[in-house]
Write a protein that binds this ligand. Structure first.
Ligand code: UN1
Length: 519
C-alpha cells in the first residue's frame, strides 16, 4: 500500500491527504493482516479542521433542530441498510465476535434515532414563575466547536454517542477516532458526506494522540468529549480544567464487579458473570474483572464459572459460534500477561489459565464474506492474531492488592469470597478508585435496593450482566471512571449552555423574592 492509496481526512467537505507525509495501517487483530492504510493527521490538519468547524458554526446553529436532524436521519437509514456489511467491518477491525460487531452498529443507530427524534421533542423546561405575569423557561444553546476523541472498542457506536446529539444541538465537530479503527471512522465520514451535511460541520482527522492533543489544547474548542482510557482521560481533564468555561467530559475505565450474594439464583449468577467478564474479550470499559461471592454459594459458583471459562469458545470472530475474539493488539496481550503474573506474585490461586492460547488452537470456522472479498485478501491464518483465553483466579481479599484494583482490559478475572452480611460485599465492591459499572445477583429485594443506593458506580444492574447499557439512559461513571457524561442521553449537558429566560407580560415590573420595585 503506498501513501497515495491511503485513505484521507475529511475536512471542510473535502477528502484531503493533509500536511503530513506519514501513513498508518489498520490491522485485523485476529490475523494481523493489513486492512487499509490512512494518512496520519498533524497539528496543521487539526488547525484546518477547527477553522472549518468555526466557519460553519453560525449557519449551522441558525438552522432549526428539525433541519439539522434531517442529515442524521439519512445516516440512520444508511446504518440500518448497511448493518451486516458494517458489522463485519467492525469485527474485522477490532476483533469482537460478529454478534457484537452487529450490535455496535445497532447501538449507533439507536443513538442517532434518539438524537434526531428529539428534534421533534425539544428540550428545555417551562418553569412556573412565582409572579403570575411572568413566563419563565430554560432554553438550550449550542456550545460552538466540539472536539470528539473516541476509542477503538465501539468504533461505530461510541462516535455516534458523541456526534449525534452534539450535531443536532447545533454544534460543529472535529473528530479524532482511535488509531486502531480508522476504517470504521472512514465509513462514518463517507456517510456524513453522502448526507449532504454542510461543509465544515463535521470534520474527521485520522491519527494518533498528537492530533487528539491538538484538539484538546486549542482555544477554539469549548468542549471536549472523550471516551477511552483513564490515563488519557485524566491528562485531558487536567489540561482543560485550568481554562474557565472550557470543559472536558470524560468517560473512562473501570474495575467493575459482579456481586453474588447468598440469595443469588446461581443460573443467573453464572450467566451474568460470564457475559460481564468475557464478552468483547473483557475489553469493554464496563467489563467485570472482579466477582465478589458470598461464602455460602462460593464453591458451587466457582465450579460452575470455571467450567464455562475452561470451555468458552475463543476463535474466529466472524464465526457465529465464537464467544471471544482476540485482544486488540500485542501491547494489550503483554499487559494482560503482566497482570496475570502480578496476580500470581500477589498470591493468586489460578483456576483457569488459557492465557497462552496458541493460534493452532483457533478453529477456522468462517466462510469468506462479501465485505472481506471486496476490501482485503483474507490470509486465512490466525498465526499473527492476538489470542488469549480466560485467566481466572481466586485470591484472599486485601484491599491493597494491585491485581484487584487496576484495570487490565482483558479476560482477567478475580474471584473474591466474602462472609457476613451484605455490607461487607458493598465495602469490597466500593474499595476501588474506579466507579463505572456493577451488578448484584440476588433474590432479596433489600440487598438489591441497597446495592442500587450505595454502590459507588454510574451504571448499576440487578440480576443482569454489568454490560449492555441502553443509549437513552445516562452512561458514565463516578470517581476515577468519569468526570462528566460524553455518552448516552446526558451528552446534551456537555454540548449545550442553558439560558434561564424570564419574560414580563405586564406593564408593571414585579420582582421575585418580594424585592421592592419602587424607584
Ligand atoms: C464500553 O464499555 O466501552 O453498556 C462501552 C455497554 C455498551 C457500551 C459499552 N452499550 O456494554
Amino acid at each position: 500500500m503506498s501513501a497515495d492509496d491511503s485513505r484521507r481526512h475529511y475536512i471542510d467537505g473535502d477528502w484531503t491527504t493533509g500536511t503530513g507525509d506519514e501513513t498508518f495501517t489498520s490491522e485485523n487483530p485476529a490475523t494481523g493482516e493489513a486492512l487499509a492504510s490512512f494518512h496520519r493527521g498533524t497539528e496543521d490538519d487539526v488547525d484546518r479542521a477547527l477553522a472549518a468547524a468555526e466557519d460553519a458554526y453560525d449557519e449551522w446553529r441558525s438552522l432549526s433542530y428539525i433541519d439539522r436532524a434531517e442529515y442524521l436521519w439519512d445516516i440512520y437509514h444508511e446504518l440500518r441498510d448497511r448493518h451486516e456489511e458494517l458489522g463485519e467491518i467492525v469485527t474485522m477491525e477490532c476483533g469482537k465476535e460478529i454478534s457484537e460487531g452487529l450490535a455496535d452498529v445497532t447501538e449507533a443507530w439507536h443513538m442517532v434515532e434518539w438524537a434526531a427524534g428529539n428534534a421533534r421533542h425539544p428540550h428545555g423546561d417551562v418553569v412556573p414563575s412565582e409572579i403570575a405575569s411572568k413566563d419563565a423557561y430554560m432554553r438550550r444553546k449550542p456550545k460552538g466547536v466540539v472536539g470528539c476523541i473516541t476509542p477503538w472498542n465501539f468504533p461505530v457506536a461510541i462516535p455516534f454517542w458523541h456526534l449525534a446529539v452534539t450535531l443536532v444541538e447545533g454544534n460543529t465537530v472535529v473528530w479524532k477516532p482511535a488509531e486502531q479503527t480508522p476504517w470504521c471512522a472512514h465509513i462514518i465520514a463517507e456517510m456524513f458526506e453522502d448526507s449532504g451535511i454542510p461543509d465544515g460541520v463535521f470534520n474527521l482527522v485520522q491519527g494518533y494522540g498528537d492530533a487528539g492533543n491538538a484538539i484538546v489544547e486549542d482555544d477554539r474548542v469549548e468542549t471536549v468529549l472523550f471516551t477511552g482510557s483513564a490515563e488519557v482521560g485524566h491528562q485531558i481533564a487536567s489540561k482543560v480544567g485550568g481554562e474557565p468555561g472550557k470543559i472536558a467530559a470524560c468517560e473512562m475505565g473501570g474495575k467493575n464487579a459482579v456481586v453474588i450474594t447468598e440469595e443469588a439464583d446461581l443460573d443467573i449468577a453464572v450467566h451474568s458473570a460470564v457475559m460481564s467478564s468475557f464478552k468483547t474479550t473483557g475489553q469493554r470499559c464496563v467489563s467485570s474483572e472482579r466477582l465478589i461471592v458470598h461464602e455460602d454459594v462460593y464453591d458451587e459458583f466457582k465450579e460452575r464459572f470455571v467450567d464455562v471459562a475452561e470451555d468458552i469458545a475463543v476463535g474466529d470472530p466472524l464465526a457465529e459460534d465464537t464467544f471471544m475474539g482476540p485482544l486488540i493488539e500485542s501491547d494489550q496481550v503483554e499487559k494482560f500477561n503482566r497482570y496475570n503474573d502480578l496476580a500470581r506474585e500477589e498470591g493468586a490461586n489460578v483456576l483457569v489459565d488459557r492465557a497462552d492460547l496458541g493460534a493452532e488452537e483457533i478453529p477456522d470456522g468462517h466462510e469468506d464474506s462479501a465485505a472481506e472479498a471486496a476490501d482485503s485478501e483474507r490470509s486465512g491464518s490466525f498465526e499473527n492474531g492476538h489470542w488469549v483465553g480466560p485467566f481466572v483466579y481466586e485470591i484472599d481479599y486485601d484491599e491493597d492488592l494491585r491485581c484487584i484494583n487496576e484495570e487490565v482490559f482483558g479476560p482477567h478475572v478475580a474471584l473474591l469470597e466474602y462472609s457476613g452480611d451484605f455490607d461487607r460485599a458493598l465495602e469490597m465492591h466500593n474499595s476501588v478508585d474506579y466507579g463505572l459499572a456493577g451488578a448484584i445477583i440476588s433474590e432479596d429485594y433489600r440487598q438489591i435496593n441497597q446495592f442500587r443506593d450505595e454502590a459507588e458506580i454510574g451504571l448499576a444492574y440487578g440480576n443482569l450482566p454489568c454490560i449492555g447499557a441502553e443509549v437513552h439512559l445516562p452512561f458514565g461513571g463516578v470517581k476515577k471512571s468519569g468526570n462528566g457524561l460524553p455518552s448516552g442521553r446526558e451528552v446534551i449537558e456537555a454540548v449545550t449552555e442553558r439560558t434561564a429566560w424570564t419574560l414580563n407580560n405586564s406593564k408593571d415590573i414585579e420582582m421575585a423574592q418580594g424585592l421592592s420595585a419602587d424607584i
